[in-house]
Ligand binder design. Structure first.
Ligand code: ATP
Length: 317
C-alpha cells in the first residue's frame, strides 16, 4: 500500500530578528506498509512523524525521495493518490458550530459521492454517532469529536487512512474504544497508517511499526520482532536447587544467571518457552516455588536504538 524510499524534508523559517533557521524534520525515511495492516509510526515529539505522514498524504512535497502510495507515484500522480486516501490531522478539522451530519455530508459531496446522505448515515452509524449527529459539534465530548474527525476522513471509503496521533488527549476508555474502531477498519480491509508517541498503543494496536527519531527510522518490524531483536524476555524462577535447574534449562535460554536462590533465564520469547521450561523442571523433580515472566517493551527497543528512553523524552507511555 505504501513503499517509500529516502523521503526528506527540511523547513526553512525566519526567526524573530530575520535570521534564517532550517530544521531537518525528515532526513531519509524508508517505509513499507502492506495492504490491510495497521502500521504505526512511533516516536517522541518533534521526531518527524507528522511531516512524514503529510508527505505521504500528498499535503506537502518531499525535498527528496520517492514513494508509491495506494498504487500511484507520489511525485507524479498526487491527485490520484488523494482520491484513494483519508487523512485525519491531529487537530481533526471538525467545525465547532456545524453538526457532524452536515460536515460529513459536505465531505461526501466534495468527494463526489452519488449517495452522499446514505454514505453519511452509514459512517455515522459505524462510529456510534447517529444520536449526536444533529447537534453542533461544540456540544460533543472529546471522544465523540475524535470519532467525527475520523468519520470525515472515511466517508468516501478510501482503501488507505492516515491518522495523526488519533488518541492523544483521550481518556483510557475512549482510547480503548477508538482502538476497537481502528481494528474494525482493518477487518473491512482498510490499511491504516497512524502516528503515536504512546508505547502501549504501538504495541497493542499496530501490526507493524517504524520507530522514528530525529527524522530517521531507527527500527521497523512487528512489535514482537522488534522486542525479540533487542532484548528478549526474562523468566525469573525460585527453585530449591538453582544450579542444576539452570543446567537443564540452558537449551531454552540465551543465557542463565543464578543469584542466591533466584534463577534468571533470558529467552527470546517467554510466552512460548514457559510451558516447555515447566515440563523440564517437573520431569527432573526440581521443586519450583515461584515463577514470573517479564517481557521486554518497545521502550527497551527505543533505548537500545537511540540510547535514551522514550518515556524520558517527555512522550507519555
Ligand atoms: N512548517 C514547519 N516549519 C518549520 N518547522 C517545522 C514545520 N513543521 C514541522 N517542523 C519542525 O520539524 C520537526 C518535526 O516536526 P513533526 O511535526 O513532523 O514532528 P512529530 O514527530 O509529528 O511531533 P509531535 O509528536 O510533537 O507532533 C520539529 O522540529 C518541528 O518543529
Amino acid at each position: 500500500m505504501i513503499d517509500a524510499h529516502g523521503l526528506r524534508k527540511t523547513f526553512t523559517t525566519r526567526g524573530r530578528r530575520g535570521a534564517i533557521q532550517t530544521v531537518e524534520a525528515v532526513r531519509g525515511v524508508d517505509l513499507a506498509v502492506e495492504t490491510g495492516e495497521i502500521f504505526g509510526v512511533l516516536g517522541p515529539n518533534g521526531a518527524g512523524k507528522t511531516t512524514t505522514i503529510r508527505m505521504l498524504a500528498t499535503l506537502i512535497a518531499p525535498d527528496a525521495g520517492t514513494a508509491t502510495v495506494a498504487g500511484h507515484d507520489l511525485l507524479t500522480e498526487p491527485g490520484r493518490i488523494r482520491a484513494r486516501l483519508g487523512y485525519v490531522s491531529q487537530a481533526g478539522g471538525v467545525e465547532e458550530n456545524t453538526t457532524p451530519r452536515a460536515q460529513i455530508m459536505m465531505a461526501a459531496r466534495v468527494h463526489g459521492l452519488a449517495r452522499a446522505s446514505e454514505a453519511t448515515a452509514d459512517v455515522l452509524d459505524r462510529f456510534d454517532l447517529s444520536e449526536v449527529a444533529d447537534r453542533p459539534a461544540r456540544t460533543l465530548s472529546g471522544g465523540q469529536r475524535r470519532r467525527v474527525a475520523i468519520a470525515l476522513g472515511l466517508v468516501h471509503s478510501p482503501p488507505l487512512l492516515f491518522l495523526d496521533e488519533p488518541t492523544t488527549g483521550l481518556d483510557p476508555q475512549n482510547r480503548a474504544n477508538l482502538w476497537n474502531r481502528i481494528r474494525e477498519l482493518r477487518e473491512r480491509g482498510t490499511s491504516v497508517l497512524l502516528s503515536t508517541h504512546y508505547l502501549d498503543e504501538a504495541d497493542a494496536l499496530c501490526d507493524r511499526l517504524a520507530i522514528i527519531d530525529h527524522g530517521l527510522v531507527v527500527a521497523q518490524g512487528t512489535p514482537s520482532e522488534l522486542k525479540r531483536e533487542v532484548s528478549g524476555d526474562v523468566v525469573t524462577l525460585r527453585v530449591g536447587d538453582p544450579e542444576p535447574a539452570a543446567e537443564k534449562l540452558k537449551p531454552y535460554a540465551r543465557e542463565t544467571r543464578v543469584d542466591d536462590e533466584v534463577l534468571r533465564v533470558y529467552v527470546d520469547d517467554g510466552e512460548r518457552a514457559l510451558p516447555a521450561m515447566l515440563r523440564v523442571l517437573e520431569e527432573h523433580g526440581l521443586g519450583l516455588t515461584s515463577i514470573s515472566l517479564e517481557r521486554s517493551t518497545l521502550d527497551d527497543v527505543f533505548l537500545a536504538k537511540t540510547g535514551r528512553s522514550l518515556r524520558d523524552t517527555g512522550a507519555a507511555a
